[in-house]
Design a protein around this ligand. Structure first.
Ligand SMILES: Cc1cc2nc3c(=O)[nH]c(=O)nc-3n(C[C@H](O)[C@H](O)[C@H](O)COP(=O)(O)OP(=O)(O)OC[C@H]3O[C@@H](n4cnc5c(N)ncnc54)[C@H](O)[C@@H]3O)c2cc1C
Length: 496
């Protein structure tokens, strides 16, 4: 059976996947006048940004750090609605609590002056060194942010603007020829350097390989801020599903798109549950690698792009903990004693390190209903290599022991008997639940200075009516960039 989506004589759009990129695109195309239908393989929306409950504990399953909320507000405003009526969040005073095994702790204030004052005392460096570091991050954001994040790098028009000419003039200041770690060495204290190196993990890369221009990331946290949505991270998904529904977008769950039919440089239909659905334009929120390999194997794939090294994946333990830990906050990092060795294991040896950096996220610190009274909902994550067939069944229990040892050392408490609920997410299940190639969190890694240019564009060079959104394509992974991929597709597509 061949069903045309167009029932009203307006143009139609078919979106493959209801991850953040797919949801934002559905909103933008509906506002533009398209009749939009979303087909999602899972029984739920949100892709990686989902949540679950177990025995009185609520857990956000995927992202835990929320930056640049204005890109979500923008979607409500575009639809003529007041964002505050639909989606609310608070700005966090503290960006993160950091812990080292020698007993050093550091509460990273979000606000720049306070951060620099405290860092100066804790790490015995001058306040101006820290302030200069954050100023440089702001400079990188102001000069390159708009070009790299908000525009298609693959359209010549992007390169003939005043902004680009201005940015190119300052090229030597972007630390393109240093790694992030080399550029951060100016902080003159190994712990403070480690703290800034950690921002490489925000797009799944290694600070010892990624170019210094990525030292723009701290500006997002300290210049713009970190936020917590009311109701937890999953509120992002629920609000971004309701808005397109209100705009008339139709959602079809348990509906994996099996294949795209193509002819003469265009997609001519999508095969879903054995039926062919047709539309004027198609947007894939599926990871770009399986999009080529599974949906359009008949088309020549851009092999160089698809063979880019994947970003890191993650191993997460969701633990219901029957105790309060006042020394912990929303975001907590327990650093490895040997950061270089940890990243060598992740990206060179493609395995887990015995002394991993452990991240603990606890939303119940602010959302009291997320855990029973006197208890906490711990999201405990370590970075892991992408899934290339490692023996995860062996590696995960060993990693669990290492994580517990690390937490016990830093918190000086044996947490083993306190874990009353446990669920696990790992590279294989990240891959199977969201079709993300090798379970990578952010598509390709940014471990070389050309990575930004080697990401797949938001349009398809061969198929004129196919567009790409989400974390595996330009401008990159993470919630804000996925939202921006939808904005770029909005710019690239005609009104209905
Ligand atoms: C553990 C973890 C922690 C993270 N932490 C953060 C963080 O703190 N902050 C942050 O900003 N980001 C974080 N990220 C990254 C962030 O979650 C992703 O970049 C973002 O959610 C990806 O969105 P997406 O649009 O690419 O879609 P995805 O979430 O990848 O979803 C794609 C959707 O498409 C569907 N789909 C795929 N193929 C098909 C098909 N053929 N037919 C129909 N449907 C299909 C899938 O089922 C899925 O629902 C984290 C990710 C994980 C997993």
């Amino acid at each position: 059976m061949r069903e045309k989506l167009n029932t009203l004589n307006t143009k139609t759009a078919l979106i493959i996947g209801a991850g953040i990129g797919g949801l934002a695109t559905s909103i933008r195309l509906a506002i533009k006048g398209y009749q939009v239908k979303v087909f999602e393989a899972n029984s739920y929306a949100g892709g990686k940004l989902t949540a679950f409950e177990k025995k009185g504990y609520r857990f956000d399953a995927g992202p835990s750090l929320f930056t640049m909320p204005h890109y979500i507000d923008e979607l409500f405003k575009l639809a003529g609605k007041n964002p505050k009526d639909h989606f609310n969040y608070q700005k966090m005073e503290t960006a993160c609590h950091y812990f080292w095994e020698d007993g050093t702790t550091f509460k990273a204030h979000a606000e720049t002056e306070k951060f620099a004052s405290e860092a100066s005392k804790t790490f015995d460096v001058s306040k101006s060194v820290v302030l200069n570091k954050l100023k440089h991050a702001q400079f990188l954001y102001q000069k390159t942010g708009k070009i790299f994040m908000e525009k298609s790098l693959h359209k010549t028009s992007t390169w003939f603007s005043k902004e680009v000419a201005d940015a190119l003039l300052r090229l030597p200041k972007y630390d393109l020829y240093k790694t992030m770690h080399e550029a951060n060495a100016m902080l003159k204290n190994p712990k403070l350097t480690q703290l800034f190196d950690r921002y490489a993990t925000y797009n799944g890369s290694s600070p010892y390989l990624a170019p210094g221009i990525l030292n723009v990331i701290p500006h997002l946290e300290h210049g713009i801020g970190t936020f917590l949505p009311h109701g937890g991270m999953h509120a992002i998904t629920t609000s971004l599903v309701q808005l397109p529904k209100d705009l008339g977008v139709e959602f079809n769950f348990n509906s994996p798109v099996e294949k795209l039919e193509t002819n003469n440089g265009k997609v001519t239909g999508a095969i879903i549950n054995g039926e062919v659905k047709t539309a004027d334009l198609y947007v894939t929120n599926m990871d770009v690698v399986p999009t080529y390999r599974k949906l359009i194997p008949q088309e020549k794939a851009p092999e160089k792009t698809l063979k880019q090294e994947r970003s890191s994946s993650a191993l997460i333990f969701y633990w219901g903990i029957k105790k309060d830990f006042p020394q912990l906050d929303l975001h907590n990092i327990l650093f490895s004693e040997n950061y270089k060795a940890e990243f060598d294991h992740l990206f060179q040896q493609k395995t887990l390190y015995h002394d991993p950096t452990v991240y603990i996220n606890i939303t119940s610190k602010y959302e009291v209903n997320d855990a029973p009274k006197g208890c906490e909902n711990w999201f405990v994550m370590i970075n892991s290599p992408a899934n290339v067939g490692q023996d995860w069944d062996n590696m995960i229990p060993i990693a669990r022991e290492h994580i517990i040892q690390k937490i016990n050392k830093v918190l000086k408490t044996d947490i083993t008997p306190l874990v009353e609920v446990e669920e696990i997410l790992e590279p294989r299940t990240i891959e199977s639940k969201s079709s993300s190639y090798q379970g990578a969190l952010y598509g390709a890694a940014s471990n070389n200075k050309f990575a930004a240019f080697l990401r797949h564009p938001n349009f398809n060079r061969k198929l004129k009516n196919l567009f790409h959104v989400g974390g595996s394509v330009h401008p990159g992974g993470g919630i804000p960039l996925c939202l921006l991929s939808a904005k770029i597709v909005d710019d690239l597509t005609p009104t209905a």
